[in-house]
Every structure is written in structure tokens, then in C-alpha cells.
Design a protein around this ligand. Structure first.
Ligand SMILES: *Cc1c(COP(=O)(O)O)cnc(C)c1O
Length: 391
């Protein structure tokens, strides 16, 4: 299996079949497992083997297929699935930190990721936020005793691309663990581990499901980190992925590569067509040559991803007119869905942030985040162009 290419692993890695030899992965919708004897139960609580389960909060066969498949894709020794992407981010960081530890994070983060850092601060973890695209700031912020660095490899929603390889070198020089939220890079374009990430986190809710059905998350890392650091925290705090949701994610993985490549190709075509439009202040897309980190994006992902961020003329009023005039693209806040989705971060996903922080993060009143779906890109472009005329 280790020789298989990603597209083969997406279909077959981690497969396990019951005695019935089912073709499609089974949903083991069970909370518990029975033991042949009291002695077997005792032994399993001391140390469970890879095919032995105790309780769905600790692990489940369907969830285990998902974990093994994701570890195979990312090239990590192991993985642990969670109930949502945020449970994965929180688990990945909180499980390894304690009061007095120091964390350095890129400040351009999803609102909930910033909130997790705030919680850590309340429990005595010192957090330093830096401009993730400025390597000098990372160099100045890390120190002996920096336990972890945390970043979104492509930030939500401003699509800053962080040079993971250089940040990992800076972090590793002081012995810090590099935790990468890789949602926007997607498993298809991810080379996070090759670039030096120690822990890779996904919200599976996004591209992995890909049809906007279920919440889910995953943390990928070394066997030691997953089993000795993360698993005790997650299994006792309860953010377990439901077996049904794991099964949805497995079905999503079968088409993940096809979907994401098509979505990225459509995103590039749309970004190129809209770049320079007179109702747009800016088109931000890492696949465009004028993106500040275009070269890094190409090196790290080989593509620009599936999200295009636009700054509409006329601030919030212009942005709202644009959103309200769209017919195909729907107003919502998921991304990576087969359906194209548009979000106004300043009033939704990032509403909670103080005004000065929004300015610092580039979340202006005219900014909209456009997740490109699987519709015909010509129809999408026509919808977007027609709606821009209403601005
Ligand atoms: C959506 C998202 C999350 C959170 O995932 P949920 O599954 O909604 O909990 C975390 N990080 C990034 C970058 C995201 O886009």
C-alpha cells in the first residue's frame, strides 16, 4: 500500500471487511463492543490491538478505516478522527500544551481557531500572533520553550499562503511542533508533511465530505503523537466522530481528487476572468500570478485551491448587492461543497472580531469568500458577472 499513489489510496487504503465480505465499507453503527470473557475485556482495557475496539468514543471500525485512509494520504504514521474540524484543531493543540508553554501562531486564522488560542491563553498558555507571511516575525517570535507553532497553510478568508517549509525550519530549530490546519490546501494538493509539518489537521466537513452533509475532522501525525498525546485527550473529552459521519467521509474520499481538481480548475478560470473587473477592487487567488505568494503556492500545492476571494466596490453595501443578486451561487458559510457558496466574512464567520483586528487581517467590508463548486464554470462566471452588474 505504501507504493500506491494518492488516487489509489483514496479508494482502498485502510480497507477492512467484516466476515460478510461487503464491497462498500460497512457502517458499524454501534456504541459498544462485546467481549468473549471478562478476561478479554480486562486485557482490552489494558492494551487494545488495531482490530480491537472498546467503545465508540475511543474508536470504531468505520472510523478506523477513515483514520487509516487519511494517514495514508497525508503520509503520516497514524491519525485520529474527531466530531468536527474545530474538535481536531482544539485537540491537536490542547492535548500537547500546558500552563507556561508558549505557542506562536499566524494571526490570519479562521475565527474559531483564534478562539481556541484565546481559550489556551485563559489556561496560562502564552500565545504570540505573527504575520504568517513574514518569516522574520516567526524568527523573532519563537524561542527556547516554544512548544508549538500553528498556522493555516492558506488562510481563511484572505488566502495568504504561508511558507510551511521555512516556518517548519524556524520552529524545529527550537524544538517546536508544527501544527498545520490544511483545509484550504485540501488533501489533494497537500504536501504538508513533506514540507515539515508534524501534525496536519483537517475539517473533513469541507472538501472531504464535499457535499455539505456532515461535520467531521481529523488529526494526522506520528504514532507517538496520535496514540500517546492526542488519543488520551480526545477519548476522555469526547469529541468522537460518529461512525455514520466517518462513512460519509469515506464515500467523499472516493471522489475527492476528481472534485477538488475540477473545482481548482474552475476557480482559476473564474479568478482569471474576474481579475481587473471594474466592480472589483481586488481578486485574491493564489493561482494568479499577481498573488503575493503565488510562487510559494505553486511549490506547496501546485495549484491555487478551490476558493477565490473578491473585494467588491462599495464596501458592505456593494458586497450585499452582489450576494443578493446571485442566482446559482448560494449564500452560506461552508466551503469545498459541490455547490458554489459565497460568504461575507466581516458580518458572519469573522463578525466577532474587533474592528481593528479585521483591518489587520484584511477582512474589509467589501470582502467576499467564494467557494467554487462543481457547476459548469461558464454558468458560474455568467452568474457572477451578472450579479456584479448590480453592484
Ligand atoms: C471550517 C474550518 C475549520 C473548522 O471546521 P468545522 O468542521 O466547521 O469544525 C477549521 N479551520 C478552517 C481553516 C476551516 O475552514
Amino acid at each position: 500500500m505504501t507504493d500506491w499513489k494518492t488516487r489509489t489510496k483514496l479508494i482502498h487504503a485502510g480497507a477492512r471487511r467484516s466476515q460478510y465480505g461487503e464491497m462498500s465499507e460497512a457502517i458499524f453503527l454501534t456504541q459498544g463492543f462485546v467481549y468473549d470473557s471478562a478476561e478479554q475485556a480486562e486485557a482490552r482495557f489494558i492494551e487494545s490491538g488495531p482490530d480491537e475496539f472498546i467503545y465508540a468514543r475511543y474508536g470504531n471500525p468505520t472510523v478506523r478505516i477513515f483514520e487509516e485512509r487519511m494517514a495514508a494520504i497525508e503520509g503520516t504514521e497514524d491519525a485520529f478522527a474527531t466530531a468536527s474540524g474545530m474538535a481536531a484543531v482544539n485537540g491537536a493543540l490542547t492535548s500537547m500544551l500546558k500552563a507556561g508553554d508558549h505557542v506562536v501562531a499566524a494571526r490570519a486564522l479562521f475565527g474559531s481557531c483564534l478562539y481556541v488560542l484565546e481559550i489556551l491563553g485563559r489556561f496560562g498558555v502564552e500565545v504570540t500572533l505573527v504575520d504568517g507571511t513574514d518569516l522574520d516575525q516567526w524568527r523573532a517570535a519563537v524561542r527556547e520553550g516554544t512548544k508549538a507553532v500553528f498556522l493555516e497553510s492558506v488562510s481563511n478568508p484572505t488566502l495568504e499562503v504561508i511558507d510551511v517549509k521555512s516556518v517548519a525550519e524556524i520552529a524545529h530549530a527550537v524544538g517546536a511542533t508544527v501544527v498545520v490546519d490544511n483545509v484550504f490546501a485540501t488533501p489533494t494538493f497537500s504536501k504538508a508533511v513533506e514540507l515539515g509539518a508534524d501534525v496536519v489537521v483537517y475539517s473533513a466537513t469541507k472538501h472531504i465530505d464535499g457535499s455539505g452533509r456532515c461535520l467531521g475532522g481529523i488529526v494526522c501525525g506520528t504514532k507517538h503523537y496520535i496514540r500517546k498525546v492526542l488519543e488520551p485527550y480526545l477519548k476522555h473529552t469526547g469529541a468522537a466522530l460518529s461512525p455514520f459521519n466517518a462513512w460519509v467521509m469515506l464515500k467523499g474520499m472516493e471522489t475527492l481528487d476528481l472534485r477538488v481538481r475540477q473545482q481548482a480548475a474552475s476557480a482559476l478560470a473564474i479568478a482569471e476572468a474576474l481579475n481587473g473587473h471594474d466592480k472589483l477592487v481586488r481578486v485574491i487567488y493564489p493561482g494568479l500570478k499577481d498573488h503575493a505568494q503565488h510562487a510559494i503556492a505553486m511549490e506547496q500545492m501546485g495549484a491555487g485551491g478551490t476558493v477565490v476571494t473578491l473585494e467588491v466596490e462599495g464596501g458592505q453595501e456593494g458586497a450585499f448587492r452582489f450576494l443578493n443578486a446571485l442566482e446559482i451561487v448560494t449564500i452560506s458559510n461552508n466551503l469545498g461543497d459541490a455547490k458554489s457558496i459565497i460568504t461575507h466574512p466581516a458580518t458572519t464567520t469573522h463578525q466577532r472580531l474587533p474592528a481593528e483586528q479585521k483591518v489587520l487581517l484584511g477582512i474589509t467590508p467589501g470582502l467576499v469568500r467564494l467557494s467554487i463548486g462543481l457547476e459548469d464554470p461558464e454558468d458560474l462566471l455568467a452568474d457572477l458577472t451578472r450579479a456584479l452588474a448590480a453592484v
